[in-house]
Ligand binder design. Structure first.
Ligand code: ZN
Ligand code: ZN
Length: 276
């Protein structure tokens, strides 16, 4: 088996009843890796048949709230289901340690209640933070992970992840505009997952604040152009802004197909994509 990517949440900051917040699961060899922890992540993880204790590690692409809003649920659910102090490994860009410190402070009252109540629970949640930089590589649970530079300015730093195992590769780019770092990370990948927006639809939304997202996300067309430049096999779209509604699939697909002749996958929650 090569690599399996399960989209746990294909939504965005705009609440949608059918799309959880941004989050994906990557299974490669013996590794089970959670990438980003958006709204509803633990519910979707359960939908994929897993609990946080089954994870080899959590990897964050960036610290925008929609990508980390339910990280606290991952930390607590991991903690209460362990039988000994097993650390939850969290990889992320610089600033991740500060997020974890704040998150654990937020959970201090809960930790006190549970430690006092459960006689067999004698240790607090243990989170091992590993701050990463673009250009680095990791070996997590037997899978090779390459860390690439993305461009989501003014949000910085941001990273994308490339997973390699058994000759297969999958890239989870996170939020980014097209850039050289992304092209390099995605080069020749079997699976390229990109968070996307529809600029044509966003421009028509009667909300000034949402217009600001136009300058730091890939449009569907740009994601398809990146896929072509990088020579990937499958382009997977996720994090739709606005949410892709039933009946609109052909429209979204056509925008991508005009720039990419490979396989286009319109992601939905709990969809699994495999490589090779
Ligand atoms: Zn973002
Ligand atoms: Zn986002």
């Amino acid at each position: 088996m090569g690599i399996q990517v399960t989209l746990l949440g294909t939504g965005s900051p705009i609440p949608n009843p059918d799309r959880a917040g941004p989050s994906s699961l990557v299974r490669a060899g013996g590794a089970t890796l959670l990438v980003d922890c958006g709204r509803g992540v633990v519910m979707r993880l359960a939908g994929a048949g897993l609990f946080p204790v089954n994870l080899s590690a959590v990897l964050l692409t960036h610290l925008h709230s929609d990508h980390i809003s339910d990280l606290n649920d991952v930390v607590t659910t991991h903690w209460v289901m362990t039988t000994e102090p097993v650390p939850l490994h969290v990889f992320g860009p610089p600033g991740t340690q500060q997020v974890i410190d704040g998150l654990l402070a937020m959970l201090a009252a809960d930790q006190g209640y549970r430690l006092a109540h459960h006689e067999d629970l004698t240790y607090p949640p243990t989170v091992a933070v590993h701050e990463v930089e673009p250009g680095g590589t990791l070996d997590v649970g037997g899978a090779r992970v390459v860390i690439g530079a993305t461009d989501h300015r003014p949000v910085t730093p941001t990273v994308g992840y490339r997973f390699e195992h058994d000759g297969a590769s999958a890239v989870l780019a996170g939020d980014t505009v097209p850039c050289a770092g992304l092209d390099q990370l995605a080069a020749g990948a079997d699976i390229y997952v990109q968070t996307v927006i529809r600029a044509d639809l966003v421009r028509n939304l009667p909300n000034r604040r949402i217009q600001d997202i136009l300058d730091y996300h890939s449009t569907v067309e740009q994601a398809a152009q990146t896929a072509t430049r990088a020579g990937v096999k499958k382009l997977v779209l996720t994090h739709y802004v606005p949410a892709m509604m039933p009946g609109q699939e052909d429209e979204w697909r056509a925008l991508a197909a005009a720039h990419f002749t490979g396989e286009i996958v319109l992601g939905n929650d709990l969809m699994t994509i495999t490589a090779p």
